[in-house]
Design a protein around this ligand. Structure first.
Ligand code: 13P
Length: 253
């Protein structure tokens, strides 16, 4: 059985003080909850304080980062390296989010280099894939996601694949209030698992968690999580309120 993972992607929200307040609230709401793994991905500016706080509270909430640059150090003004994240206790790194692909123009080869760099530092990438509304309506959703998986995971070795986390995030569902139906999300997540099985072998992929992301809220989380190939959620807007995020975590546990 795969332990579900619910990760909060805070995007570019929360000052450091607000981040610390959110995490304190969350840690107390989630205390003692089992059967689910939880991660928060604050902005870089709060990773250090959130990390310290989680440690002080003895919380089981894991720390994630929203991005990384695929070099261990160097003259890359404004960028953050895998060792810098690792040193703060970061466990998960979101890679290939559609906002970075669409707004910042990140291409698959860059995403693939990030996946490699995160694995090299002993952290776990959360690889985001997903189609636009146009691509879905033209019948190209599966093809788009297949292409992303093939390109973005091209540098992953067979023995590393079982630890991967993939998040299916249909672009049209992100921040729009429109969620994929549980059946549509299940169809894509199952397709992702089959594609990974073809790439890395059936047994390896049994343990890979395939998340769903895109307008996950307390009132739709349970029906999404009930699907056999949805192993948790990557939550944006609803992760910014401790009560809402905790309700989603409870639905997954
Ligand atoms: P929303 O939950 O705000 O739709 O965002 C989803 C997302 O992009 C998580 O990475």
């Amino acid at each position: 059985m795969r332990t579900p993972l619910v990760a909060g992607n805070w995007k570019m929200y929360k000052t450091n003080q607000e981040a610390v307040e959110l995490v304190s609230g969350l840690a107390s709401l989630l205390k003692g909850l089992g059967g689910v793994e939880v991660a928060v991905c604050p902005p870089f500016t709060s990773l250090a304080d959130v990390s310290r706080l989680l440690e002080e509270l003895g919380s089981s909430v894991a720390l994630g980062a929203q991005n990384v640059y695929p070099r261990s150090e160097g003259a890359f003004t404004g960028e953050i390296s895998p060792p810098m994240l690792k040193a703060l206790g970061v466990k998960y790194v979101i890679v290939g989010h559609s906002e970075r692909r669409e707004i910042l123009g990140e291409k698959d080869d860059f995403v693939a280099a990030k996946v490699r760099a995160v694995l090299d530092e002993g952290m776990t990438p959360i690889l985001c894939v997903g189609e636009t509304l146009e691509e879905r309506e033209a019948g190209g959703a599966l093809g788009k996601v297949e292409g992303q998986l093939d390109a973005d995971l091209a540098n992953v070795k067979l023995e590393e694949a079982s630890a991967l986390v993939v998040a299916y995030e249909p672009i049209w569902a992100i921040g729009t209030g429109k969620t994929a139906t549980p059946a549509d999300a299940q169809e894509m997540n199952s397709f992702i698992r089959r594609r990974l099985a073809a790439m890395f072998g059936e047994s390896t992929v049994e343990s890979v968690r395939v998340l769903y992301g895109g307008s996950v809220k307390p009132d739709n989380a349970a029906e999404l999580m009930a699907m056999p190939d949805i192993d948790g959620a990557l939550v944006g807007g609803a992760s910014l309120k401790a009560e809402d995020f905790a309700a989603i975590v409870r639905a997954a546990s």
